[in-house]
Design a protein around this ligand. Sequence first.
Ligand code: BDR
Ligand code: CA
Length: 318
Amino acid sequence: MTTKIIFDTDPGIDDAMALLFIEASPALDLLAITTVYGNADIETTTRNALYLKQRFGLAAPVYQGTDKPLLRPRNPSPTFVHGVNGLGDVELTGLVPALHEAKPAHQAIIDLARQHPGEVVLCAVGPLTNLALALQADPEVASLLKSVVVMGGAFGLAGKPGNVTPVAEANIWNDPEAADQVFTAPWPVVVVSLDVTTQVVMSPTYMDDLEGRAGEAGAFLNAISKPYAAFYGDRDGVVGCCVHDAAAVAYVIDPSLFGLRRGSVRVVTEGIALGQTCLKAEGELFGPSAWDDQPIQAVTVTVDEARLLRLYRETMAG
Ligand code: BDR
Ligand code: CA
């Protein structure tokens, strides 16, 4: 039995790693790629999704999403992480530009959820604006999806509470209001946060080995991983690439790779902690607070790094 998945993404180097992982996995059936601004502007992230679709023969349609957060101006693109072209400034050669579908991303999410009620996992690895727009346009979508698996946020459990500010992770910080709406909606959400994604690192040796095993996809991923690894090396002293977005995909394939904590999650939407994700664990007792009567979601607190890296390598090697 395969799991139907919609991939909401801002490609993005680690987004590309995650997308090709989905495509290679026999456990997943990719219904659609929905794009969002984030690692670059929406035209660039959509172009990158279309490039990956064409170059690697992906059957799933690409739906372009929104170009800005719900309420705020868009933050500048992190070109120092993902390059000006969003894919590490590796040359994107030789393909005729393809077109995205006419329907906007949030409507595609709604329509696919209605077409396959209770069957679709929505895996979101960029700012959560398309998801919030889907909820606003059709609140029933929350009861139609099987689950929502998000790469984003940080709960400070691994000494890494943020990557764009001391307390905020990029995807959530890019649209805090959307993230708060997504975490407090009545659909089951799993938040795969920096607490685990910074514990999984693909070293240069791992990427070279992947190139040897995974054909053209392996070579492409190795090439785009180099500037990404250089960024992590310079900033955090990490030797290799933190596996952010592919960790969310790994959760969809094999949740046993992760330990979870359950509770309600709120997002700070003003002040110096803008974008911080805050968990009130299930059963904890406090006075009245903004976490009261909110849905109980799950956040990842541990990960089996070796097993996740093996799953990725074996999946990519076919
Ligand atoms: C997240 O932010 C983006 O830059 C990455 O693609 C990932 O989704 C990590 O904080
Ligand atoms: Ca991403």
